[in-house]
Design a protein around this ligand. Structure first.
Ligand code: NAD
Length: 337
């Protein structure tokens, strides 16, 4: 059993912790929590051991009557792997404390926090045995899955992606946009292109990004030039045989991100999470060597399977295929490996 600690029990940390508990080869030794709120209480009720980040934090928990099992340093001591799910740029401040343990970081950290940036189906093998691995951001994860698949099947000459990002996660009431579209950044390219290159360095890619007033998903418009002319049917065939990509049909009622969220709710998915990249099948169009498509990305969930695979990669306990298959099975990913 790989003993896993999660530092930072927020949007990503809660999901990663729960996913770890679903794995037969992993044990969640505990999570850190900064605030003694209802989420801390619920974690205790679920049997998750809570740790405070420092003595002041422990004092807050004690006053609120919530038991903690110790401090972050005690938690790290018990772990083989620490998954850092703290806010962007905070993870880096823990580098020294994580030394001697394998550490997984998230996309809010700069790439140099780790030895390898990671998307399971693109570069699992590069992460095998590494001390520090960074799971890239939600947008980058999804772009990498698709570009990598097209590159494997047809060769990608260049990719251009326009990213409409959700303004905030549903819980972030202080962060949302109400009646505006904000170019983020105004300049071209956005940082996402550079981030894709941390996983797929050879890909010629430009990204442009804006924030839109929704909370539940990002939407990407992809325009990809291939090395060879293809038919729409061939592109669909390639995407269909790629894991972690769903291709819902317009005729089934999929015309918006709301339909996708509702679908996940109807499926009874935990937290209505969508781990797959969702490509509107009817948007896929090949014209000579150009391919176009629209894709939706559930920002809160898509990196969860990647974190689980990253844990298996750094510990070297199984192959990429075995890891992805087990992750997909445990999370109920609909088109897995
Ligand atoms: P979040 O704010 O929801 O959660 C972060 C958690 O860390 C909070 O519970 C916070 O209390 C805790 N925390 C704050 N300071 C801490 C400290 N010093 N030590 C320990 N814990 C601390 O953030 P998130 O959205 O879960 O993001 C975490 C990471 O995942 C970031 O790098 C982010 O860029 C990345 N990410 C986020 C999303 C998303 O859509 N939310 C998607 C992909 C990747």
């Amino acid at each position: 059993m790989v003993r896993v600690a999660v530092n930072g029990y927020g949007t990503i940390g809660r999901r990663v912790a729960e996913a770890v508990r679903l794995q037969k080869d992993m044990q969640l030794v505990g999570v850190t929590k900064t605030t003694p709120d209802y989420k801390a209480q619920l974690a205790v009720e679920k049997g998750i051991r809570l740790y405070a980040v420092d003595a002041a934090g422990a004092e807050k928990f004690s006053k609120a009557g919530i038991e903690v099992s110790g401090l972050l340093e005690d938690l790290i001591e018990q772990a083989d792997v620490v998954v850092d799910c703290t806010p962007g740029d905070v993870g880096r401040t823990y580098l020294r404390q994580y030394m001697g343990r394998k550490a997984i970081f998230q996309g809010g950290e700069e790439p140099d926090v780790a030895e390898t940036s990671f998307v399971a189906q693109c570069n699992f093998r590069e992460a095998v045995g590494k001390e520090r691995v960074r799971v890239v951001s939600c947008n980058t994860t999804s772009i990498c899955r698709v570009i990598h698949a097209l590159d494997e099947y047809f060769g990608v000459r260049k990719a251009r992606v326009v990213i409409a990002r959700r303004a905030a996660d549903p819980e972030e009431v202080g962060r949302g946009l109400i009646d505006s579209v904000v170019l983020d950044p105004v300049e071209v390219p956005s940082h996402h292109a550079l981030d894709v290159k941390t996983v797929l360095p050879h890909v010629d890619i430009v990204t442009m990004a804006m924030k839109i007033p929704t909370t539940h998903m990002h939407v990407h418009s992809l325009m990809v030039s291939l090395k060879t002319p293809v038919s729409t049917a061939k592109v669909l065939e390639a995407l269909e045989s790629t894991p972690r990509i769903l291709l819902p049909r317009k005729s089934e009622g999929f015309k918006s991100t709301s339909n996708i969220v509702e679908y996940a709710r109807e499926l009874g998915r935990r937290r209505a999470d969508i781990y797959e990249s969702v490509i509107w099948r009817d948007s896929v169009k090949a014209d000579g060597d150009e391919v176009y498509l629209f894709m939706a990305v559930h920002q809160e969930a898509i990196v969860v399977p990647e974190n689980i695979d990253a844990i298996r990669a750094v510990t070297g306990i199984c192959s990429a295929e075995e890891s992805m298959r087990e992750t997909d099975r445990s999370l109920g990913i609909m088109k897995g490996v």
